[in-house]
Design a protein around this ligand. Structure first.
Ligand SMILES: C[S@@+](CC[C@H](N)C(=O)[O-])C[C@H]1O[C@@H](n2cnc3c(N)ncnc32)[C@H](O)[C@@H]1O
Length: 201
């Protein structure tokens, strides 16, 4: 991606103006407008949270008695100006370490899990989308334990031929799975968000 491209991106400019750490904020805002997944009385786990724009959106909606937890393999600047954001630098594949951390927060199960996870891209769409499916299956493993019954899961998926494996697994665990491509996604990207509503148990 060239610097010239970034400068011409209206969402990048808007994010800078409004103080969001990344343009991804607008994708979650569109998801929120359509599906109202975030509510004030919710504890929310955000996977792949760096640099933190989803957490900025989430923390403006949840009340201060509730918590937002961000996990990413990359370090996240903790200066959100909110006391109820907790951060863990870890890979989603490290289930045991994540479990120990989440147990230590005594939240129990979350009302909502969001994820904007993206593998390091290779430029080979088949490889990238396969890795995206693998990452999302690892998130589903966390959701099976840490998401409440009837809770919702928002996933970013690179759509390709392996997506049916993921969709099958999601439909096993959720009442309904909606596919949504926010306007803030770059037109040429093959990313979509899967809005999984109502965890079965
Ligand atoms: C598009 S960015 C997320 C942007 C974020 N939602 C925001 O609003 O600021 C994708 C993130 O996925 C993270 N990621 C990729 N592989 C990961 C893994 N195995 N475990 C945890 N995070 C991972 C990357 O470090 C990167 O921060």
């Amino acid at each position: 991606m060239t610097k010239q491209f970034i400068v011409q991106d209206p969402y990048f400019e808007k994010a800078k103006k409004l103080g969001y750490r990344a343009r991804s904020a607008f994708k979650l805002l569109e998801i929120q407008e359509k599906y109202s997944v975030i509510q004030p009385k919710m504890n929310v786990l955000d996977v792949a949270a760096a640099p933190g724009s989803f957490l900025q959106v989430i923390s403006k909606i949840i009340d201060l008695d509730h918590k937002a937890v961000g996990i990413d393999i990359t370090k996240i600047d903790p200066n959100f100006g909110r006391p109820n954001i907790y951060l863990l630098q870890e890979s989603i594949f490290e289930y045991e370490k994540i479990r120990i951390y989440l147990d230590s927060l005594s939240i129990g199960q979350f009302d909502l899990i969001t994820s904007d996870i993206a593998p390091s891209t290779t430029g080979m769409s088949g490889v990238d989308q396969y890795r995206s499916v693998e990452l999302n299956l690892a998130i589903l493993d966390v959701a099976k334990v840490f998401l409440k019954k009837w809770g919702n899961l928002v996933l970013k998926v690179f759509v390709g031929e392996d997506v049916n494996d993921l969709m099958w697994a999601l439909k096993e665990n959720f009442i309904k799975v909606n596919r949504f491509k926010p306007k803030a996604c770059r037109e040429r990207s093959f990313e979509e968000y899967f809005i999984c509503m109502g965890k079965k148990d």
